[in-house]
Every structure is written in structure tokens, then in C-alpha cells.
Ligand binder design. Structure first.
Ligand code: GDP
Length: 406
């Protein structure tokens, strides 16, 4: 279960296409997985009705969706540095992120700020160069910009076919094939074809760069490369996954979300390269009884411990407390302990939020994200856990933004 879970965020400068890309992700994942009819007639989603009328969108602080057997929890990450504390908090509860870049503007100031915050929390990332259909879009200078401004190691896993109004699709450098999306089906239908002869040299050049970057950390790839043997795509993906986890490589995808080009490979990239909750470093908490910092392994069978990272108010239900569980499990109708406030309270109901539905859960366990309803004292940043094991997850002061933005 944990292995097929991803907690991700999307980091981007305002206008780079975070909303459009998220909507496309929810669209394609929603198409591939119908969430069972659930009883959401309790006005819990009152504040979402307006959103439903506008179509699929993400308004909840965390939205769960499914892709090829994986559960993806998308945590909303504010795009504006005015919300530094919120950005920091969301970066703490996610395990990986998609960094979106505008193909015309490259790295913009807010991306830089959030990138450095993500660096601070060692959040593994994949990159997506969006808006390849815009006039002035250019993929390769964005890679240089990422290297120069973020100090990252961007490595293309795709290169676009054409650009601006002649953008057609991408070349997948791992499978070495061209992928095109059919606009008539909103990009749902894809066709794969061998790389055309006129693009073969460029594709080979960028595949070499990818292999070269990977060989720095992979003996298996170096050996095959030196022997002149072909490198199996699965080995490339496996080594890339490890490089992403260690933040030594930022794999870059390309596309134009608004034109439905290139979104599905990014979702595949989330599953393939971003880590599961138990693959990242354990959370650190302060054990108040012993007055010492401890590591909290992601263990569903451990003592219950979770962080309230966002509270949204609903007229009918009161506070919707978004909780990331780090250890153990919480069940509806049971008591939970607010560690910082030293108060016992009740988790009346637990919900999983989807883009336009909510679903009651009978347990929320380590690694997962859900909404607890019924807690009266909880505030953003509070730890919920057990009285016998008082561990506080958030004791830190939030640092000032690394780079100020005018
Ligand atoms: P956000 O502020 O990052 O959430 O960005 P939005 O998703 O709201 O997009 C900002 C603007 O860019 C909107 O007008 C979108 O329609 C437009 N946009 C988003 N993706 C693309 C794209 O792939 N190509 C083009 N040309 N425009 C896009």
C-alpha cells in the first residue's frame, strides 16, 4: 500500500500553469479511475459546490487521485511567497514535487524561492517545461536557466517535437520514441512512433547526456556504456529514481498542458521517480517526555502521530483538519490527543478528498493524508497523537524566504 502511494506538490511561479496542469492531471487520472459512488450528500462539500460547477479543479488543501494502481495525494502548495509559512508547511508534508517552468520565461523568482525551500527540506523533484506552444517558447535555454539559477542538474528525459504553434508532441529519450497526442480526444489518445530520421541526431545527443548524467552515480550504467551495450529502459528508470531521491538529477519533461500535450508522461514520472512515504527520511519529532528529538519511522503499526497542516472551515461540519499521518493510524469515532495543547478530543469522521467528492475512511494510516472532522482545538501546525507518547512534530520557527521577490 505504502509503495503505491505518492504525496506530491506542484511548485511554480504564478501563471506558469500550475492550475491548468493540475486540472489536466485530475482529468486524466479521473478518466482512468472512477471513484466509487460515495455518500457526499452531507453538505461537507458545501464550499466545493461552486468549484464543481466550474469543472474539475483543486480547491481542497489535498486531493487524492489514482493512476495505474497508484494513489496520488496532491497537496496544494501556494504559489505566492506571501504564504511562506504555508509553503514551508506543505513542503514538509509532501514527499516529492513537480516543478513547473514556463517555456518562454524559464526560471521565475517565485520558482527560485520555493525551489530553495524544497532544497531545504530535501524534497525530491521532477521538472516540467510547460507552455511549449507559446510564441517564444524554447526548451533548451530553460535547461540552462535551471542550471544557472537553481544550481540544479536538469537532464531532459524528453525533448519536444516542434514548438509554438507547430508543437506536435515529445520524443521520449528513455524508450527512444516519438509520442503525439490527438487534440480531437483532448489528448487522451496518444500514438507512439520511431524517432524520425531528421530528429535522430538531436535525440541521440540528449539521450547521451541523460546516460552520461546517470553514469556518474551508477556502475551498472557505466559498465554497459563502456562496453558499448544498449542500456535497458528499466535500468535507466531505476537509476533515475535513485538520482531523484538524492536530488542529484532533475529529470525534465516537456509539454503544453492547455493543449493537452505531455501531461500523462509527467503523471507517469510522478509514479516512476518520486518516492513513496516510506522511502524518504523519517520525520523528526520532539519527544516531550524525554525532551529529545527522535526519528519517526513511517510505520502504520506504530503509535499514532500526524500533523495538522491546513484547516478549512465548512459551514456545516466546522473545521476540516487536513492531517498527514507519519506513524500509526487514527480511526473515526475515537479519541485523539493534541500533543501541543495537551487536550484530548474526538475524530468524529475521517474523509478522503477527491477533486469533486469526498469519501469516508475507516482508518487513516501512516504515510496517508486525509481530513479529520470533529476536532475543536486543533490549529494549523498542531500534532495529533497519543497521550502516552507525546511527540511534537512541529517545533520549528519558519525561516524567512531565502530570496526576496519584488
Ligand atoms: P497558475 O497561476 O500557475 O495556476 O497558472 P494557470 O494554470 O492559471 O495558467 C496561467 C495562464 O497560462 C492561463 O491563461 C492558462 O490558460 C495559460 N496556460 C496554462 N498552460 C498553458 C499552456 O500549456 N500553453 C499556453 N499557451 N498557455 C497556457
Amino acid at each position: 500500500m505504502l509503495k503505491t502511494m505518492r504525496n506530491i506538490g506542484i511548485i511554480a511561479h504564478i501563471d506558469a500553469g500550475k492550475t491548468t496542469t493540475t486540472e489536466r492531471i485530475l482529468y486524466y487520472t479521473g478518466k482512468s479511475h472512477k471513484i466509487g459512488e460515495v455518500d457526499d450528500g452531507e453538505a461537507v462539500m458545501d464550499w466545493m459546490v461552486e468549484e464543481q460547477e466550474r469543472g474539475i479543479t483543486i480547491q481542497s488543501a489535498a486531493t487524492t487521485t489514482y493512476w495505474k494502481g497508484y494513489q496520488i495525494n496532491i497537496i496544494d502548495t501556494p504559489g505566492h511567497v506571501d504564504f511562506t509559512a504555508e509553503v514551508e508547511r506543505s513542503l514538509r508534508v509532501l514527499d516529492g514535487a513537480i516543478a513547473i517552468f514556463d517555456a518562454v520565461r524559464g526560471v521565475e523568482p517565485q520558482t527560485e524561492t520555493v525551489w530553495h525551500q524544497a532544497e531545504h527540506y530535501h524534497v525530491p523533484c521532477i521538472g516540467y517545461v510547460n507552455k511549449m506552444d507559446r510564441i517564444g517558447a524554447d526548451f533548451f535555454p530553460v535547461l540552462d536557466d535551471i542550471r544557472a539559477k537553481l544550481g540544479a542538474n536538469p537532464v531532459a528525459v524528453q525533448i519536444p517535437i516542434g514548438k509554438e504553434s507547430s508543437l506536435e508532441g515529445v520524443i521520449d529519450l528513455i524508450e527512444m520514441q516519438e509520442i503525439r497526442w490527438d487534440p480531437a480526444t483532448e489528448g487522451e489518445t496518444m500514438t507512439a512512433a520511431p524517432v524520425a530520421p531528421e530528429r535522430a541526431a538531436l535525440a541521440r545527443e540528449y539521450q547521451e547526456k541523460l546516460i552520461d548524467a546517470l553514469s556518474a552515480g551508477s556502475e551498472a550504467i557505466t559498465d554497459l556504456y563502456l562496453a558499448g551495450e544498449p542500456i535497458p529502459p528499466d535500468l535507466i528508470r531505476q537509476e533515475l529514481r535513485s538520482a531523484v531521491l538524492h536530488r542529484t538529477i532533475l529529470p525534465i519533461f516537456a509539454g503544453a498542458s492547455r493543449r493537452n500535450i505531455g501531461v500523462q508522461p509527467v503523471i507517469d514520472g510522478v509514479v516512476a521517480y518520486l518516492p513513496a512515504p516510506d522511502e524518504v527520511a523519517p520525520a523528526i519529532g520532539r519527544n516531550l517526555k524525554k525532551d529529545e528529538d527522535i526519528e519517526v519511522p513511517c510505520d502504520p503499526k506504530g503509535q499514532a502521530l500526524g500533523l495538522v497542516f491546513k484547516i478549512q472551515n465548512d459551514r456545516e461540519s466546522g473545521s476540516l483538519c487536513y492531517v498527514r499521518m507519519y506513524s500509526g493510524a487514527i480511526k473515526p469515532g475515537t479519541a485523539v490527543y493534541n500533543v501541543g495543547k495537551r487536550k484530548r478530543e474526538r475524530a468524529n469522521r475521517i474523509l478522503r478528498m477527491h477533486s469533486n467528492k469526498s469519501e469516508p475512511l475507516d482508518t487513516l494510516s501512516a504515510g496517508d493524508i486525509g481530513v479529520i472532522i470533529g476536532m475543536k482545538f486543533a490549529q494549523t501546525g498542531d500534532t495529533v497523537g497519543s497521550e502516552g507518547w507525546p511527540v511534537l512534530l512541529e517545533t520549528m520557527q519558519f525561516p524567512e524566504p531565502v530570496i526576496s521577490v519584488s
